[in-house]
Design a protein around this ligand. Structure first.
Ligand code: FE2
Length: 317
């Protein structure tokens, strides 16, 4: 049981104000395809095998409803359920079968020590076909959460869910559960809230083409295009219609446990350009900083709303 751990991030479920508006963005602009719909919820897949990468649920308010992690099998799900319960966080019932609309499988839901919703599942259905289009997302790359109690979150993700700490900076802790440099990161910030969701695209050319599609649709690159320090990944960040931050990323560093050396904040301080190695992107705009802090979606303010500028004024200045 000590070795029970999650092995990847699979999908995210978001509460949205207007399902049609959000579906139009994620299908026509972001590049996902509808795979299932039920009631006020819509499930969208990427070009890879995962049943869905994103579930949208209309509920009148933007919110993070679940981050879905994968486990290898039912035995591991049961073991992680026992460990999570034993740790004392809020756990919602026993592991149970998931609906066909969700892709089936078996899992359970709980809250992080900060109170953010997570689900761990196994045996979720996979598509047999994949789509070849490098401008569209293949999978969820990583999810970043904001926390005012970072150390508590890291302890939980490492000790209970089996993540490994890959790198740390003064701002962020990067956690891996597969060969990807990070599937999860915790940002030292106000919290708890969602900082951003990153979707992997196959290569830099695809990232540029996808970013161009966003730009032509009226969504400017809010931070990027650049290459990060920790993770070495190329990034292009946008603010979607609910105020969530969404990222295309590619070339994420692959980690081999046998020879990886953890870099602490002091190590990364030696690389002054660490968030933006190419020096092209600069710092995130005020709008992007506000969105990454969770303030836009939590305030129910669409990014094109003039109230956005008001909030920026009050928060930053
Ligand atoms: Fe990211």
């Amino acid at each position: 049981m000590a070795n029970a751990r999650v092995i990847g991030v699979r999908s995210v479920e978001l509460g949205v104000r207007d399902l049609n508006q959000s579906a139009t963005f994620y299908k026509d602009v972001w590049g996902l395809d509808e795979v299932a719909a039920e009631g006020n919820a819509l499930y969208l897949r990427g070009t890879g095998r995962d049943h869905h990468l994103l579930a949208l649920r209309e509920q009148g308010k933007a919110s993070l409803l679940t981050v879905d992690f994968a486990a290898a099998d039912r035995e591991t799900v049961d073991q992680l359920h026992a460990k999570t319960k034993g740790y004392g966080v809020t756990v919602f019932g026993d592991p149970a079968p998931r609906t066909a609309t969700e892709g089936g499988g078996y899992g359970f839901k709980f809250h992080t020590p900060d109170g953010l919703p997570i689900r761990i599942s196994c045996e979720i259905g996979e598509h047999q076909d994949t789509v070849i289009d490098r401008s569209r997302p293949t999978k969820i790359s990583h999810v970043v959460l904001n926390s005012a109690k970072t150390d508590d979150q890291i302890r939980f993700f490492v000790d209970v869910l089996g993540f490994k700490l890959t790198d740390s900076t003064h701002l962020m802790e990067f956690l891996r559960c597969s060969s990807d440099h990070h599937s999860m990161a915790v940002f030292r910030n106000n919290g708890p809230s969602l900082n951003h969701i990153a979707y992997e695209v196959p290569d830099i050319d695809g990232l540029m083409r996808g970013s161009g599609r966003l730009k032509r649709s009226g969504f400017n690159v809010e931070w990027g295009i650049g290459r990060h320090g920790p993770g070495n990944n190329v990034f292009s960040y946008f603010i979607e219609p609910n105020g969530f931050v969404t990222e295309y990323t590619t070339e994420v560093e692959q980690i081999d446990d046998a020879d990886h050396i953890y870099g602490d904040a002091k190590f990364w301080d030696r690389l002054p350009q660490k968030p933006d190695r190419w020096g092209m992107a600069g710092l995130p705009s005020n709008r992007m900083q506000l969105a990454m802090s969770g303030s836009l979606y939590q305030a129910d303010v669409a990014p094109d709303n003039e109230r956005c500028e008001d909030i920026i004024g009050r928060k930053l200045g």
